[in-house]
Design a protein around this ligand. Sequence first.
Ligand code: PAN
Ligand code: ZN
Length: 201
Amino acid sequence: MSRSATPPLEPFAIRFGESNQTLEPPGPTLQRRMSDLAGLFADTGAWERAVADGDPLVYTVSSSPVPETPRELPQSITTIYPGQTGGEFWMTKGHQHPDPQGEIYLGLDGRGGLLLFDGERAQWLDMAPGVIGYIPPGWAHRSVNVGDEPYRFLAVYPGSAGHDYGWVLEHGMGLRARRGASGVDLVPYRAAEPGSAGAPH
Ligand code: PAN
Ligand code: ZN
């Protein structure tokens, strides 16, 4: 049976699991380690050292069972652990939705930021528990943990939106979020430095 022929789900309740870490009943969960974030941090040497030094878990995404299929409305909780690489706060890969549609994020725990980029303009929204960040159609989005505790948020997005990660690798996100003397420094985007991979040793 093709995906488009899948009948809509029946109604059901979804609850936050213990400490807001999961949705219940649970769906797929994915883990992103430092090695999954190639080409995203500006300081490629610092990224390579972090991969070599234990390849830490940077974030997890725990979904409900609602599938990413047209007309459904999937949800997931993202947990970004606290840390910096080359002074840049730990963050998600970031993506565009190839089928441009809106999305909302609801802050659950910790302190974060929602970085939005439409290819020309960059916007930063401070995220905290109880704050809804609205992502309009056509804006690439990345989340950043700017605190010392896990930053957690609920995402709700159209099941037909899709996820394009290559767009962010090609175009960047307009800004980078670095730890500054008094909190977050938003600095103009610069591409990741060339890595040592492929260089003669
Ligand atoms: C979110 C993101 C999640 C992980 O559920 O997918 O925070 O970020 P990356 O997908 O950029 O790794 C969302 O925006 N869904 O559309
Ligand atoms: Zn999204």
